[in-house]
Design a protein around this ligand. Sequence first.
Ligand code: WQD
Length: 341
Amino acid sequence: MKNRKHVLVTGGAGYIGAHTVVELLNAGYEVTAIDTLERSEQKIIEGVKTITGKTFGFHKIDCLNKVAMNQLFSTQQFDSVIHFAAYKSVNESVEKPLMYYHNNVGSLITLLEVMKQHKVRDLIFSSSCTVYGQPDRIPVDESAPFKRAESPYGASKQLCERILEDMTTEGIRVVSLRYFNPIGAHPTGLIGELPIGVPNNLVPYVTQTAAGVRAQLTVFGSDYNTPDGSCLRDFIHVCDVASAHVNAIQFLEEQASASVFKTYNLGTGIGVSVLELVKKFIAVTGVPLNYKIGARRPGDVEKVYANPEKIVKELGWRYQYDLGQSLQHAWQWEKKVRGLA
Ligand code: WQD
């Protein structure tokens, strides 16, 4: 297709990255993905090609490698960049803060230096609801002030957003998408979150327990100030998170201004507790789940869910999948990975 816009997707073999590459290809974009494959595998790239019936460029590059990034930008013309490449576990960041600051902030700084040098100006940034800390008001909207982040992961995203806001005076145009809790997998069952090591996140731990890979799920705390005592979150299907990135790129393409810095909550607006999710999983899959209540986990925010009005109004995005569908797709992917399907 002539004049296809060319998008660079960093972290393009990752969980949200790969699902976003599917949506970009389906929307007619040319895509180049880069990834270290430290926390993903080449088979995810093949899965994206199978789902879409399209091909795209892939290079094993670390965004921290400025020489490799300059070489990439010298040989290809990108119209925009979507920056996913980062570590994303709240509790791992509590254990390894320096690794998180070095990777998450360092890779963004290197990317911005290279974008500036090669005059690529449009950037969609993978941010997080953890920038709010424990918000005073929920559902939380984008005007909420950044409180002290509960984890180095959240603090790294706060710092990245501040860097991006300051870059608007240097001609970088930014849409920052603040993800809530992405869950699930592509409905085809061909891509999903790859299980590498013991899962930090709730839903992969649930599906691995259901598959017998883990002996028992621990619900981290039931003494929070919530209806059933467990933490409240906003669980959103990964395909809904992915499709919002196409809306965001198209929004930037339509902006005449040289200076853009917009932030959007990317959530359903529905608060669901950990225990409610566990019970919903059992209800939609019919699979019993062995779980117990344990101690609170350091770094956890008690309750957070989105007010998604701004992204609906300004980007014309709406979520499509509900919690039950997200959990069904997550379970379908788990069974596929374990050869149970
Ligand atoms: C959710 C809830 C745990 C595991 C995620 C992403 C982060 C960011 C925000 C995008 C918490 C509880 C978990 C378990 C449990 N999203 N839990 N038992 O911490 O909200 O962060 O959303 O940027 O990148 O990681 O997600 O899935 O780890 O935890 O009880 O075995 O589930 O205590 O209340 P979290 P999570």
